[in-house]
Design a protein around this ligand. Structure first.
Ligand code: KG4
Ligand code: ZN
Length: 353
């Protein structure tokens, strides 16, 4: 069974073809990131316009790379939320039109849940990807760490899950992006903070970890503010000093130490709760999902601290892509979940797990 996945929730126009829920046949991505970088974040109108231009060529690329024609495709899966309204609309309207024109069943996919399904891909015909050896087993603890979400979710089986906890303010990726701004690194912050952190001392500074009322909830906004105060203190200024002027006053060594200490602390905050959840729920697998799953610091801490082995998806499958959408679409189709109506499927920008 071959599923075409379509993803346009943020700034990536992406499409991929997946076979039997585990084999990646193509993974086409066109990003409008360069257009947003100069503004320091994604501009929704620019993203939506870029999707309109990119989506059909990207879908064709995904079909060509997978050596498929429409006859070979058994179902279409598309992200309908969460995400930017204008961006989601382009993907959903495209998928609806294609489903009607080519008479294919259409599956509506939750973007955040789909990130988890990047872990179910175990083989590929594409060069340069490091795939997992096996699919995760249930019960499975999913650590969702993206620009918009930080959540711990316990899956007893496909489509049978409990949200254990989530961030009460900023998502972890958002915190990476904001800290990047404080120390003058361009958007997207995560990979840039990671790069400079490698030159710094992760124990140079002690930063706070928020104490939450609910055991599995998180908070990252206090940590971000603590980084701002630390940066101001490092140059001998107080809290009134404008954050926009910090980058020119901080030395490269100070920036690297701030990045490394922040990165370690943010990741520890997540991993501490993961360890608690493992103790309480005894999952047989732990998976990471979302853009911050590309973090080397997160992978390092999980590998060294978890009491069970963990496998990671390829870096290319951690940021937004069509492959994860197609994979969840496969499981929906093969496990009898209802298909969407291609004449009425609407977007849900605020969709949650
Ligand atoms: O899942 P994603 O691609 O988009 C959302 O659905 O949010 O996640 C993007 C987030 C950004 O905040 C980005 O800074 C972060 O993932 N990110 C990283 C790394 N690569 C991307 N954060 C830390 N370390 C990385 N290597
Ligand atoms: Zn995402």
């Amino acid at each position: 069974m071959k599923v075409l996945g379509i993803e346009t929730s943020c700034d990536e126009s992406a499409a991929a073809v997946i076979e039997d829920g585990h084999r990646l046949l193509s993974n086409a991505v066109a990003s409008s990131m360069d257009l947003h970088a100069k503004y320091g974040g994604v501009i929704p109108e620019i993203a939506a316009r870029s999707h309109i231009e990119a989506i059909l060529p990207v879908i064709q690329q995904a079909l060509d790379d997978a050596q498929c024609t429409w006859d070979d495709i058994d179902a279409i899966a598309v992200t309908y939320g969460a995400g930017l309204g204008g961006s989601l609309l382009v993907g959903v309207l495209t998928a609806r039109t294609l489903a009607i024109a080519h008479d294919k069943p259409l599956y509506a996919i939750n973007h955040v849940a789909a990130h988890i399904y990047a872990n179910f891909l175990t083989s590929t015909s594409l060069p340069g990807l490091v795939m997992r050896q096996s699919q995760p087993s249930f019960p499975m603890l999913a650590i969702i760490v993206s620009g918009g979400h930080s959540q711990l979710v316990l899956f007893r089986d496909h489509f049978d899950y409990t949200l254990l906890g989530q961030t009460q303010d900023d998502a972890i990726g958002e915190a990476f992006d904001k800290v990047a701004k404080i120390i003058g690194l361009p958007y997207p912050g995560g990979p840039n903070v990671e790069k400079i952190a490698q030159l710094g001392d992760a124990y140079a500074f002690k930063l706070p970890k928020a104490k939450m009322a609910e055991k599995y909830d998180f908070s990252f906004s206090g940590l971000k503010t603590a980084v701002l105060r630390l940066a101001q203190a490092q140059i001998g200024e107080d809290y009134t000093f404008p954050s926009t002027k910090l980058p020119e006053r901080l030395s490269e060594a100070q920036k690297a130490n701030i990045a490394a200490s922040f990165s370690r602390t943010a990741v520890e905050t997540m991993v501490d709760k993961v360890l608690l959840a493992i103790e309480e729920f005894s999952p047989t697998s732990v998976v990471i999902a979302g853009g911050v799953a590309a973090s080397g610091e997160l992978r390092k801490q999980l590998t060294s601290k978890l009491p069970l082995p963990i496998e990671f998806p390829d870096f290319k499958l951690c940021t937004d892509n069509g492959a994860m959408i197609a994979t969840l679409g496969y499981f929906k189709a093969s496990l009898g979940q209802p298909a969407a109506n291609p004449y009425t499927l609407d977007i849900e920008p605020n969709l949650s797990m």
